[in-house]
Write a protein that binds this ligand. Structure first.
Ligand code: ATP
Ligand code: MG
Length: 779
């Protein structure tokens, strides 16, 4: 191909060519940050770097895929295929699977999605008989998540005076216990939530310097997109991996930092220079995405923020139209204004529906636009609504998969124990759960030995429970030998899911059938493409690890279709569209009522608005309604204060001024205050810290847990761990089982992965143990 540097401007080229040290690229929206990363990777390959020694971390897996495709176009699939690219979560979950034993997990651990986590938190709140108006599950979940992202373990939490005082003040003194129980149960289920993937990677690197060293040697160059939205756990992982060679390049825009509610920390950008004093700073100033008017309007908006890095950004594209601002009497009319405008532009400019996006602050706003578009027969898709893998029928099937891969998975168990209906009711489930808590084992183990655990159920129920267990075991037995597709088809058939779905001939039933077909089709495709690419790993476990980490953007199958897109502003990061509608610019909505009284919160909302406007290439319209149906009633609403932040010379206000109320800005405490408490509770403020210190000190980790003598050195919590490297147990060995006591191994049979030991126990008779899951130590 021609010289790849020819496709870059001077500033971009310099940033790409600098490869012998750390670099930070700070630049406004649309200036080619992502493009620079892409070309830099291609350039590194040209310079002789091996693809598997380059690690690139992106905001979505889709972004990684697109980047990879682009690199393949430039330099060929031969190289691009082996690049390590993906989100932090997907890349580090792969590492954790390989190293699971070292942190007290089984490598078949399953991953909780956000709904699973919330369900488990709900169950715990119920157990403590707490008021869920105070202990709101979503809020508890967010607080735990923030703690994890700040690398604060339950033990540390319970000892942190400031956090405990904060919880007292917010009338949630039991939070520390919920956090502890939640984590214990995740571990007992051999599951991790999303935040654990980063948390445990840090634990792994802290406790196993040899492992850290091997990954430091593997990743010779590390690149991170959207660096402004990394949190402390992510920052630390990158820092540790890059410690050996300092070949790290991060790109970001502080003005687009919009995830602080998830613990993202803009300080990570600000302190880059302190962590890497020799680092080089690059700025990109030309915006290639948008018209001059859009760039200037966005600049005038963001200048109202007090906290920001100064930068210049200009466009040499056409001057373009002014941004249109229009008010509607009601939310319903707002929907009509937007749909009419889409209709008009499409006709005038012969635009395609896929060139339009409607951006809103909250998901709830989508309904009105759906109705308005439907009325006009305009096709649309909602991005990040209920994504494919979140649909009930799909989650049910996936829960079966999860049970088969990891039978300890509690949420999966709860989901399918009585689906399809097999006469096991809530009473029984509650009994199982109570027994599991009493014996500190998983639900699965309880039904494996209901007599031994004194599960008080009648003979009929006991029979149903063992039938269920046998069903799952029959799938487990085939896990290694069958491909994901073959096993999945078998599960769908033999579990009764297929029969259940095909009996229902209502339209809803039909759509469920289609979704099941689609899922199986997708699994088939997964197996085929893995085979074709010669990548291996076509088992159910491989499939599951991939789908558990897909974000809404990744599962978006309709992206290229002729449809108008709707999504939240948060989800739109990094994307671009010709025509953008930013809707609902009203006080208490955008900015949200939660954020508007807090300085940091308000500035973050303004950045969010900046992100929204800067998605537009050619045309941008901003709307607001004067009344809106919210919380069961119609309320009058006021135009957003942000409207007056944009210089009016870039606006075309339809129907005159918008009469924004001039109100003093007063701030009170809210969740941001909590995040700040977490922030200040680091032993050293990362910003002021000058000397690199040991990672565990820096993160304020608890001391490393003592190594146990459990087989496989599952040193964290031996109770929760199971599964034995079957090569290590031989006939004649004396073992001590958690429940059955001391016994002697008299036979070992089966393939490495379904290996069973026959053990004669001193007090419990002869038992067969599936080594993969049995809990014992060799005496
Ligand atoms: P954001 O902050 O929104 O993530 P970004 O800084 O990552 O934006 P890119 O998405 O990389 O910006 O680039 C914006 C658009 O400009 C893309 O369509 C990209 O292809 C184009 N672009 C960037 N640089 C150049 C260039 N030198 N020549 C032509 N097009 C360019
Ligand atoms: Mg980008």
């Amino acid at each position: 191909m021609d010289n790849l540097l020819d496709h870059l401007n001077e500033q971009q080229r310099e940033a790409v060519e600098y490869i012998n040290g750390p670099s930070l690229i700070i630049a406004g929206a649309g200036s080619g940050k992502t493009r620079v990363l892409t070309y830099k990777i291609a350039y590194l390959l040209q310079q002789g770097y091996m693809p598997h020694s380059i690690l690139a971390l992106t905001f979505t897996n889709k972004a990684a895929r697109e980047m990879k495709e682009r690199i393949a176009e430039i330099i060929g699939w031969k190289y691009a295929r082996y690049l390590w690219m993906g989100t932090f979560h997907s890349v580090f979950s792969r590492i954790l699977r390989t190293e699971a034993g070292k942190i007290g997990f089984n490598s078949s651990f399953t991953i909780f999605d956000s709904a699973d986590s919330r369900n488990m938190i709900k169950t715990i709140i119920k157990q403590y008989q707490l008021d869920d108006k105070i202990y709101k599950p979503a809020r508890v979940q967010a607080m735990i998540s923030n703690a994890k992202n700040a690398l604060i373990s339950p033990q540390m939490y319970a000892q942190n005076k400031e956090l405990l005082e904060y919880d007292q003040r917010s009338k949630m003194p039991v939070l520390k216990d919920i956090y502890r129980d939640y984590n214990n149960r995740l571990k007992a289920s051999n599951t991790m939530d999303f935040d654990d993937l980063l948390f445990y990677t840090n634990v792994l690197f802290r406790d196993h310097p040899d492992v850290l060293k091997s990954y430091q040697e593997r990743y010779q160059f590390i690149l991170v997109d959207e660096y402004q939205d990394t949190n402390f756990a992510q920052y630390l992982v990158v820092k540790q991996l890059a410690d050996a060679h300092h070949r790290v390049c991060v790109v970001g825009d502080d003005a687009q930092s919009i995830y602080s509610f998830r613990g993202a920390n803009i300080d990570n950008i600000l302190k880059f220079k302190e962590v890497y004093p020799e680092s080089k700073l690059f700025k990109l100033e030309q915006n290639y995405r948008s018209t001059q008017n859009i760039v200037n309007a966005a600049n005038s908006l963001i200048q109202q923020n007090r906290e920001q890095i100064k930068k210049t950004i200009y466009s040499k594209n056409d001057e373009g139209e002014r941004i249109e601002v229009e008010s509607a009497y009601s939310d319903i009319l707002e929907g009509e204004i937007v749909s009419n405008k889409i209709w008009d532009i499409r006709r005038e400019k012969k635009a395609s529906y896929s060139d339009f996006v409607i951006l809103y602050r909250t998901n709830a706003q989508s309904r009105i636009f759906e109705e308005a578009l439907r009325k006009k027969n305009i096709p649309y898709r909602i991005y990040g609504g209920l994504s494919f893998y979140q649909r009930k029928e799909i989650k049910d099937v996936i829960a079966y998969f999860r049970m088969v891969v990891n039978p300890y998975d509690e949420e999966a168990f709860r989901r399918i124990i009585n689906f399809p209906t097999r006469g096991i009711g809530d009473t029984t489930l509650n009994k199982i759960a109570a027994a599991a808590r009493a014996h500190n084992v998983s639900l699965w183990e309880i039904i494996g030995d209901s007599l031994g655990y004194n599960l008080n159920v009648n003979a009929g129920t006991a029979k149903k429970l063992s039938a269920f267990r046998e069903l799952i075991e029959s799938f487990i037995a085939r896990l290694q030998e069958l491909s994901a597709y073959d096993l999945a088809s078998r599960i769908v058939k033999q579990s009764g899911i297929a029969t259940e779905a095909y009996q229902d001939q209502t339209p809803e039933g039909m759509s469920r059938q289609e979704n099941l077909q689609e899922l199986l089709g997708g699994i088939h495709e997964f197996c085929e493409s893995r085979r074709e690419e010669g990548l291996g790993g076509i088992g159910l476990m491989d499939f599951l690890s991939e789908v558990s980490l897909l974000s809404d953007q990744d599962t978006d199958k309709e992206a290229d279709k002729e449809k108008v897109t709707m999504m939240t502003v948060h989800a739109s990061k990094g994307l671009e569209f010709k025509n953008v509608f930013v809707v609902g610019l009203e006080e208490d909505l955008f900015p949200s009522s939660m954020a508007k009284n807090e300085f940091r919160g308000l500035e973050e909302e303004r950045r969010l608005f900046y992100v929204a406007i800067t998605r537009a290439k050619e045309y941008c319209m901003i709307t607001y309604a004067k009344s809106r149906f919210r919380n069961g009633q119609i309320n009058a609403s006021n135009p957003s204060r942000f409207l007056r932040d944009i210089d009016t010379c870039y606006l075309n206000v339809i129907g005159g001024g918008f009469g924004v109320l001039n109100r003093p800005e007063t701030y009170t405490n809210d969740l941001h205050d909590y995040t700040n408490t977490l922030r200040t509770s680091y032993p050293e403020s990362p910003v002021t810290q000058r000397q690199p210190i040991a990672p565990h000190q820096e993160a304020g980790f608890p001391p490393a847990s003592p190594r146990s003598n459990f087989v496989n050195a599952r040193n964290a919590t031996p109770r929760a761990s199971a599964g034995v490297n079957s090569g290590e147990v031989q006939v004649g060995a004396v073992i001590k089982h958690e429940r059955f006591g001391v016994g002697k191994v008299t036979a070992v049979t089966g393939d490495p992965d379904s290996r069973k030991a026959t053990v004669e126990f001193e007090n419990s008779g002869v038992k067969q143990l599936l080594l993969k899951f049995a809990r014992f130590e060799v005496v």
